[in-house]
Design a protein around this ligand. Structure first.
Ligand code: BGC
Length: 767
């Protein structure tokens, strides 16, 4: 991470090419260059650079850095982040050149349902190169109207539609000093966008893995008009295809992408909606050519390469998958004796890889790919186990603060794009990411600053609710709020998109109480006890309103859905007497459904925790290990390699769900990973930042052994257990400067010893 101050705005001018596209039609990615002379040896040189669009910079013919999609996506109307690279070794005494190609990216290209040009009519560049020389001189190169610009080989680039590259148009050594820039024209100086230019925060997107592709079986069929091949990566990824190809100059390869195949082996692309997700590469000819798009990404497992012309126009052709995501260290590993659950953990991890691309997105494939707040809060606890997400989320929470409305509303997506005609407020469980995400980060990393930074944002949102959404203590009271949010999105009990199911005001009020609880705890942590007391008092008022409206004195709820009971129990909204009835009702519903889940995005993250807290870990395991629809393992049994958006994304009876909304890489239901780690393996923070670790394995279901390891802020911790003829053998690893507590499963001899740093092994007999 680079934390430098960014001198860009004062000293350099924004520049652009005269080429400009339209609302629907793009224009080629502009190349920019500037040649300059350094009179003596450079001793230190720093390039500060950013763009509206996504850039790749070059100095003297070499790429600067290895970042993909810099400068990333922020609330561009408020903040654009810059990159600062030490480029000392790339420069030399004498003639030099600096250049950049700028693709459309999020600022200029299509985003979700929006036309192009959402933030800027064309790509724009801002750069400053400061060079200290051996003779004591300083050379400064800054973007201005003396730079030259031209179109090149990147004929079109768009995050959703794809990229077209014509290798015949490659300008050659365009970022080298001796290059003759015939036909290049002066860049236009343009007005600076009204946004703060601030240093980069959060990790960059990088190429993370390369996956081999195999030719999918039975393809290259005679009935297909043009030569065509379908490849399989064996894994649904976010990224793009890298080609090696030789063939006749001017032949254009067309590369289409899909997550799944139709029964006849062709690509299933209806679920991409308006995202064309198609790349084109036109050959230069005369030998082996290698190409990977620069400024686009796709969500896919399969890809199809075809070309107009004769089969023989292409000689060698091979391809591989380049996996892109934000660069985050891998911190957690999970495995257990049920291989289907191991595949589920794998799918959860790949859901995270595929959707942590600069911002936490809902999905990487269709015309959406937005920072949906509801999805992020559902998944964040699980995400914090698998990878170090601290800086990734700190960046996103800063963007959330930038996206917050003047009235305090938190939008459904961050950055706020106003997509799909949605309101300014994200509503229950979506906007509430403003509370849940910072709290989870604090719990996992122990960093109070995260709460300090976000406190005001949370307070402003509570004030927004009070002023706009709450009546008689009820949030989303129908008398006050005709919309009420997304409900228990995609639940199978009639919630979410369909009317019925868990009432939106019930969900709204439950989360309102939860927000107040988080705020009270956060206020305590950051040393504001009076605030804490008033948030607690507010919570009491909300809880009373919740009971009055939604719960009978005995504990039956106004809505009998799993999610209604789960929220009331998990957020502690019921009194002692009501709890037992509510819990019994929840169990009854699960049993009635033959141990199948019916929750949507809202209830799913909590249901297994609630079952465990109520002493029915056995039922939790039945849901977790359920293989028939609807369940977590149903997609696994049907070959999923990522988490599906919907429980019924595909069923044998119905085939594919409505293509209008059917992603095969949506992480929200992967929220179950948190329970697998904390309860199946048995590791969680007992104090923020894992200063104290709780080892709490709860063997159950078919599981006879499990293990997990986690790199905590203090070092690696791990647990492995196995169960053999009534004896539980446990080994744990406790990092330096921490202590751990071991909590024995109910049927085993109590063992609550404090464990100091180091490795410990012990056995417990069942009683
Ligand atoms: C997205 C979600 C999102 C939802 C809002 C969908 O189109 O893909 O994951 O949370 O809209 O309910």
């Amino acid at each position: 991470m680079h934390r430098t101050t960014c001198p860009l705005p004062d000293t350099a001018r924004w520049i652009a090419s005269p080429m400009v596209g339209a609302a629907a039609a793009g224009s080629p990615a502009p190349y920019f260059r500037k040649a300059f002379v350094i009179a003596s040896r450079p001793t230190r040189a720093v390039l500060h650079i950013t763009a509206l669009g996504v850039f790749e910079a070059e100095i003297n013919g070499a790429r600067v850095g290895d970042e993909v999609f810099a400068p990333g996506w922020t609330e561009y109307r408020k903040r654009i982040t810059c990159r600062s690279y030490d480029v000392t070794t790339m420069l030399r005494e004498g003639e030099n050149a600096l250049g950049a190609i700028v693709g459309d990216g999020w600022a200029v290209g299509h985003i979700a349902d929006k036309n192009r040009q959402h933030y800027s009519d064309r790509p724009k560049l801002l750069a400053l190169l400061e060079i200290a020389c051996a003779d004591g001189d300083t050379v400064t190169v800054r973007t201005d109207g003396t730079w030259l610009t031209a179109a090149g080989a990147v004929v079109a680039s768009d995050m959703l539609q794809g990229e077209s590259h014509d290798a015949r148009l490659d300008p050659g050594p365009w970022s080298e000093p001796g290059f003759s820039a015939d036909g290049w024209v002066p860049a236009l100086e343009c007005e600076a966008p009204d946004a703060e230019i601030s240093p980069q925060i959060g990790p960059s997107v990088r190429r993370q893995e390369i996956l081999a592709a195999t030719l999918a079986s039975g393809l290259e069929r005679p009935e297909w008009q043009s030569p065509l091949r379908v490849f399989d990566l064996g894994q649904n990824i976010t990224g793009r295809v890298r080609l090696r190809v030789s063939g006749r100059r001017g032949t254009t390869l067309k590369i289409r992408h899909a997550e799944v195949l139709n029964a006849n082996g062709t690509l299933y692309t209806s679920n991409l909606r308006t995202a064309r997700a198609t790349d084109y590469y036109t050959l230069r000819g005369g030998g082996l050519e290698e190409w990977e798009p620069r400024f686009t990404f796709h969500g896919f497992r399969y890809f199809e390469i075809s070309w107009q012309g004769r089969r023989e126009d292409i000689g060698e052709l091979s391809a591989e998958g380049v996996v892109l995501h934000s660069h985050m260290a891998r911190t957690g590993e999970f495995s257990c004796s049920n291989p289907l659950l191991n595949q589920l953990a794998h799918n959860i991890l790949w859901g995270q890889k595929g959707n942590f691309l600069d911002i936490p997105t809902d999905c990487p494939q269709r015309d959406e790919r937005l920072g949906w707040t509801g999805d992020a809060q559902a998944f964040i606890r699980t995400a914090a186990f698998f990878m170090d997400i601290r800086e990734f989320f700190q960046k996103w929470l800063l963007t959330m603060r930038d996206s917050q409305g003047p009235d305090g509303a938190i939008p459904p997506t961050v950055p706020h794009t106003g997509s799909f005609g949605l309101p300014q407020d994200g509503g229950p469980a979506w906007a509430d990411a403003a509370f849940i995400c910072p709290w989870v980060l604090y719990r996992h990393y122990g960093d109070e600053q995260i709460l300090r930074d976000h406190y005001e944002c949370m307070v402003r949102y509570m004030e927004y609710l009070k002023a706009n959404k709450v009546q008689d203590g009820i949030r989303c009271h129908p008398a006050k709020d005709g919309w009420g949010g997304f409900g228990d999105w995609l639940a199978l009990d009639g919630s979410g998109r369909i009317e019925g199911g868990t009432p939106k005001d019930l969900i709204g009020t439950a989360f309102y109480a939860h927000n107040a609880a988080i705020l009270a705890d956060a206020a305590e942590v950051i040393g504001r006890p009076e605030d804490a007391a008033s948030w607690r008092a507010l919570r009491d008022v909300i809880v009373a309103a919740f009971r009055r409206r939604f719960v009978t004195p005995e504990g039956l709820m106004a809505s009998g859905t799993q999610t209604a009971y789960v929220l009331a129990l998990h957020f502690g909204l019921l009194d002692e007497a009501q709890r037992a009835t509510a819990f019994a009702e929840l169990i009854r519903d699960i049993e009635r459904r033959g141990y199948h889940i019916a929750t949507g995005f809202v209830g799913t993250p909590y249901i297994l925790h609630v079952l465990e807290a109520g002493g029915r870990t056995d039922v939790a395991y039945k849901l977790l290990e359920q293989e028939t629809f609807p369940s977590w393992l149903f997609p696994v049994k049907n070959g999923a390699t990522t988490i599906w958006e919907r429980w019924d994304g595909w069923t044998p009876e119905m085939g594919f769900q409505d293509p209008g909304m059917n992603s095969f890489n949506h992480y929200a239901y992967g929220a179950v990973g948190d329970w697998m780690v904390s309860t199946v393996a048995g590791i969680e923070p007992a104090e923020p930042g894992f200063r104290r670790i709780l080892f709490k394995p709860r063997p159950g279901g078919s599981i006879t052994s499990a293990s997990a390891s986690l790199v905590t802020p203090h070092g690696k911790s791990a647990i492995a257990w196995s169960l053999d003829r009534g004896t539980l053998s446990v080994s744990v690893e406790v990092p330096a400067n921490t202590v751990a507590v071991f909590s024995a499963p109910p049927r085993f001899a109590p063992h609550r010893d404090q464990l100091g740093p180091g490795r410990h092994r012990f056995e417990l007999a069942s009683v």
